[in-house]
Design a protein around this ligand. Structure first.
Ligand code: FES
Length: 126
């Protein structure tokens, strides 16, 4: 191995090492990332609305919270008041108020979110 090839090998190894470290840091950051959303209770209506990525409404049973991301490929859902369903503008999946799929291509139900109530606000971890 001549000097030029040796330096190329060392340089390539260092680039791969730095790239690997950056990728691992990114993945670690992404896995540990958990965002907390605070929603004032007074902003919550008796029909579903999307607030900060959360579908939320109040009913006689309390508060209902779902992720607003479609379980197909993640588009943000919209609520159709006339039909009382969530509809995805991307590929047409539809979900009922229980989060169950009533029309594909999505197959998984909406992700129900746990929450806590404190000082007039709902705290949700996404
Ligand atoms: S992302 Fe919602 S149906 Fe495809």
């Amino acid at each position: 191995m001549n000097r030029r090839n040796f330096l190329r090998s060392v340089f390539g190894f260092l680039i791969a090492l730095i790239g690997g470290k950056l990728i691992l840091d990114f993945l670690k950051f992404d896995v540990n990332r958990q965002k907390t959303i605070r929603i004032p209770i007074m902003d919550i209506k008796d029909f579903p609305t999307v607030i900060d990525g959360v579908i939320v409404w109040k009913s006689s049973g309390g508060f209902n919270l779902y992720s607003s991301h479609c379980t197909h490929l993640g588009c943000i859902l919209k609520f159709d008041k006339n039909r009382g369903i969530f509809e995805c503008p991307c590929h047409g999946s539809r979900f009922n108020l229980d989060g169950k799929v009533i029309h594909g291509p999505a197959r998984k139900k909406l992700r129900k979110l746990d929450y806590t109530v404190q000082d007039g606000k709902i705290f949700v971890k996404l």
